[in-house]
Design a protein around this ligand. Structure first.
Ligand SMILES: Cc1ncc(COP(=O)(O)O)c(C=O)c1O
Length: 399
């Protein structure tokens, strides 16, 4: 970390710890999430999918939150902290644009100035979210350096922060980066798992056999996993972006294919070359396209408590079509990675334990923002009827 930020990070650590120990702050955070963001999100029994795989599939509907993803939880927490610290401006980085939209939303609501850094490639594949941020009053700065994706946007946001730290808070979008961000983001997102655990017990009288989430930097995944870490009987599965396939080198499966290194102030698994240089990542999903991962996930993988498996672009897009066709829910492509991987887990558990085997999949966000990619991938939008119909395949089946 640049010297100038060490003091800011220390100051943030103290402010966050004080705030979390202050009942008034915690209850205000809970009130904001409930009244404004719409939590608790529902735990929904996907009956048609369940029948297909022979196990009970439950979807944690974070896609129903205000602004369409789990990201709003983290951002409302960090923005509330910004107010408490007396700062007047926020900056953020964004990949898929969901964190940028959430940040612009929080900035509007808390009356803060807002600048969002976004890789130029992502501004093109997520143009709808760029427009949303602008309408909400944020300035969106396209970043052309490197692969012009999330990693480069973080570099640029850190540069801004060095020069503006007196009056600016950096709303970090995921459970990665320097301390205290991984722990702070986990705390603000842990409602996902706390709610899901309570809802599952209340609705079905049992804990799930497995929980599953996609892993970019890792905020939605750690938000879900934290509540289940002590439940030894609950399998924990993270699904990483396998891109074109890990064997092709065009992927972002950091835990599967990375090595220990340092990226953006965290020691974690990083995709790197023989000289230890960070390499460019690839994923069809902008929100997962990051060559690092939150350090807590590296730790959970290293100690064997959670399993991380790559899911290719194609498998994710098949799952996007499958969930759309069977449940009438269009997921974000990020979340579709979790669906693709988790349905294989559900099928195995169904065979081992029968149809009451229960799997919770975190549906981290909705797919509206990804319609441009879906239109291209599936050849949609041709009202003359020339486009081929999308074939929805169940896990393990060929299209
Ligand atoms: C809907 C959605 N899910 C998941 C992610 C991945 O982020 P994380 O791994 O921090 O949950 C993103 C990131 O933009 C997202 O928009």
């Amino acid at each position: 970390m640049p010297e100038a930020l060490v003091k800011a990070l220390d100051e943030l650590t103290v402010a966050w710890q004080d705030a979390m120990a202050d009942e008034a702050f915690v209850s205000e955070f809970e009130r904001v999430l409930r009244d404004y963001a719409g939590t608790p999100s529902r735990l929904y029994h996907a009956e048609r999918l369940s029948r297909q795989v022979g196990a009970r599939v439950l979807l944690k509907r974070e896609d129903l939150n205000h602004t369409g993803a789990h990201k709003i939880r983290n951002v409302m927490g960090q923005a509330l902290l910004t107010k408490r610290m007396g700062k007047t401006r926020v900056i953020a980085e964004t990949g898929a644009g969901q964190h940028g939209v959430a940040s612009a939303t929080a900035a509007a609501w808390f009356d803060l100035d807002c600048t969002v850094y976004m890789g130029a490639v992502d501004t093109r594949r997520q143009a709808l979210n760029v427009a949303r941020m602008q309408l909400l009053g944020a300035k969106v700065v396209p970043v052309e350096s490197g692969s012009a994706t999330l990693k480069d946007a973080i570099n640029e946001a850190l540069r801004d922060w060095v020069a503006s730290v007196d009056h600016t808070a950096y709303l970090f979008g995921t459970a990665a980066g320097p301390h205290p961000f991984p722990s702070m983001v986990r705390d603000f997102c842990r409602g996902i798992g706390d709610e899901a655990r309570e809802q599952c017990l209340e609705q079905y009288g049992v804990l799930p056999d497995a929980v599953a989430a996609c892993v970019g930097g890792g905020s939605n995944a750690i938000g879900l996993f934290t509540a289940f870490l002590e439940d030894e009987g609950v399998e924990i599965h993270g699904f990483e972006p396998g891109g074109d396939g890990v064997e092709t080198g065009r992927h972002a499966a950091t835990i599967h294919a990375g090595e220990a290194g340092v990226l953006h102030g965290a020691r974690t698994y990083v995709l790197q070359d023989e000289d230890g240089q960070t390499v460019e990542s690839h994923s069809i999903s902008a929100g997962l396209d990051y060559p690092g991962v939150g350090p807590q996930h590296s730790w959970l993988a290293a100690m064997g408590r959670a399993t991380y498996t790559p899911v290719t672009d194609r498998q994710a897009m098949d799952a996007m079509a499958l969930l759309s066709r069977t449940e009438g829910i269009i997921p974000a492509i990020e979340s579709a990675h979790a669906v693709a991987g988790a349905l294989d887990v559900a099928r195995r558990l169904g065979e081992e334990k029968g149809p009451d085997a229960t799997v919770i999949i975190n549906l981290s966000g909705r797919g509206d923002k990804d319609m441009g990619t879906a239109i291209e991938w599936f050849g949609l939008g041709d009202a003359e009827g020339e486009a081929e119909p999308v074939v929805a395949t169940a896990p393990g089946e060929e299209a």
